[in-house]
Design a protein around this ligand. Sequence first.
Ligand SMILES: C[S@@+](CC[C@H](N)C(=O)[O-])C[C@H]1O[C@@H](n2cnc3c(N)ncnc32)[C@H](O)[C@@H]1O
Length: 262
Amino acid sequence: MHFMKYISGRLPPNSNTKQARRRGFDTQTKSASDYFTQTSIGSHIHTRAMDPANRPPEIEKFHQQLKAWTVLHLKREYCVLEAGCGTGAVLRWISPEVKLVVGIDNAHLKVDESQDMVLREHLMNVQVMMGDFFHLHRQFERHPFDVICLYSNTLGNFPGMEAKLLRALAKGLKKDGQILLQLYGDKSIQPRWNFYSTIGWPNLRYNKDEKAFRAKGDGFDFVSLVFDEPKICQIVNEAGLELAEMKKVNIGYFVAVKQQVY
Ligand SMILES: C[S@@+](CC[C@H](N)C(=O)[O-])C[C@H]1O[C@@H](n2cnc3c(N)ncnc32)[C@H](O)[C@@H]1O
């Protein structure tokens, strides 16, 4: 694979700047979550939300359950993509389970942080690069993945575009591959409200009709939906994919999606 050359964890020769270490290409796609991830203020607030040390117990439990469930879907020989890897917390625990794990994110500050973590912790089978959900087919067209993870309710950052996002991710999958999703459900509303308030999301509100959290401030524009079973089924159908598994856990769902077999 063209990205295997960086598997040693060492930087490529032109790596004297952080800019040079970023792989892939910048996004052309504007999405609901682009803005807050591309600015330093937004990125700083968002990074606080991703830090496991800041999570309240219900949310931390949801992430611990996710680890156990994910591992059941992985094999040693797998190449896995984490779409929207953020600061790399998931890459760290997937790494020992598989042959290769690639993290992509369209926010350069997050790519830098993840790459620093990978180097610091000598994660030899992890690569992090700039990339866009909606251009996976171009970036990885010759190297599809066994599993693509879209975690921390990232699907919920794209209201109205969920099916489009799943279809785009499916283009990076092997024929028998699976997309794994971690989605928040109704029971997440109270703990997330408490969590987001504590970490200082500006102008936080929960819109009952839309079933979505929103927050907005200088350099920060955030939306995150709450899912239920009918909505998940509808999105998967609309994407032309097949639901392989839906597991309801304490405050949300773990969902496995595969390509339809004709
Ligand atoms: C909710 S965070 C999830 C972070 C990480 N997966 C975790 O579980 O801690 C969503 C991530 O997706 C990234 N993102 C948003 N839109 C993207 C896009 N179009 N292409 C690639 N990454 C994107 C954001 O920068 C952010 O880091």
